[in-house]
Write a protein that binds this ligand. Sequence first.
Ligand code: FAD
Length: 389
Amino acid sequence: MDLDPTPAQEAFRAEARAWLAAHVPAAPLPSLETAAGFAAHREWEAQLAADRWSVVSWPEEYGGRGADIFQWLAFEEEYFAAGGPGRVSQNGINLLAPTLFDHATPEQRARILPDMASGATIWAQAWSEPEAGSDLASLRSTAERTHGGWLLSGQKTWSSRAAFADRAFGIFRSDPAAAKPHQGLTYLMFDLRAPGVTVRPIGRLDGKPAFAELFLDDVFVPDEDVVGEAGAGWRIAMSTTGNERGLMLRSPGRFLASAARLVELWRAAGDPADTALRDRVADAVIGARAYQLFTAANASRFAAGETIGAESSLNKVFWSRYDIALHECALDLLGPYGELSDDADEAPAQGSWAENYVFSLAGPIYAGTNEIQRDIIAERLLGLPKGRR
Ligand SMILES: Cc1cc2nc3c(=O)[nH]c(=O)nc-3n(C[C@H](O)[C@H](O)[C@H](O)COP(=O)(O)OP(=O)(O)OC[C@H]3O[C@@H](n4cnc5c(N)ncnc54)[C@H](O)[C@@H]3O)c2cc1C
């Protein structure tokens, strides 16, 4: 693994740094989990897209820069170091887009990707159902054949940002007679404002309303919005989960920046006599660098044409536990003020430590729970026998 950047990678990083220094808003945007914050973040996506920084790794024809994986990692490091706003387009860019690059028709790519890149269409992921989270293959929502398309019915839940998003992608049971649960499923995209869709926000722990459940009652979806072959939805969906658990959802840049902010916090507010807390700050820095190196190793394998597969579960367990430890350390450092949220004037760092701490608690649950990831690690990476289910 060669970690020395090439001149092209250095030039790319420098260009990104200069652009971000000139454009990242001086004051943080309001939380993207609120209506006003969602709109502000959508505008930010448009600004990124105008100079082709919203989807750097995509081909140029869809608004990207054709960046390689090392350039993408460098961009992410610069983005978080510059304090760039959270990415409201994340579900589309990180989850749906890789699926479309692998499975969609040229017409679908041309129709969908540019609006995703600019934030004109914000996507929600509609996979989970009340009885189908970890055991996703037991999903019951249906897609029934009709003239020129499909009728969707059922309930989806835990859909991030769906309260304010425009469209959603999900898997539906299109052949109820299929022999096995993961057969007879179809991957479809639908409009969250189509007749028959009811979006009901779910209050989060911090009271912000963007999370939602979706009720679908004979929602018409034209054939042009089926991704890949009808009936092949499971295989198509599984090609997305590696991206979600692995690199794309949590790049090391985020943790390097958070660890750097934690060190600043320690310098400003830490008690030098509290060596136990100081050691936790040091552990946060070590963790961020370890994750950076592990990711670089994976990126090298990607660049050599390999896939990351079950190793993405190692990443998922690592970053989700790391994120909680880092935020707990920050809150212990801040004392009672750390608990103030972004609507309190006195909240340190505009309440971002508190909001991000609450969100970190969900890390071991979303993108596949850590228990499920550990099963994958035990069985597929370590070759251990299957546990009792
Ligand atoms: C903040 C947040 C955002 C989310 N965003 C989205 C989204 O945008 N779109 C979407 O579709 N979904 C989303 N989800 C849903 C998420 O993917 C599910 O919550 C997750 O897959 C777990 O499913 P579940 O909640 O049904 O729990 P269950 O699957 O019912 O699990 C309950 C517990 O049992 C354990 N368990 C279950 N099966 C096994 C097993 N075989 N072996 C060992 N332990 C097991 C689990 O690990 C867990 O601890 C989100 C969830 C959260 C918390």
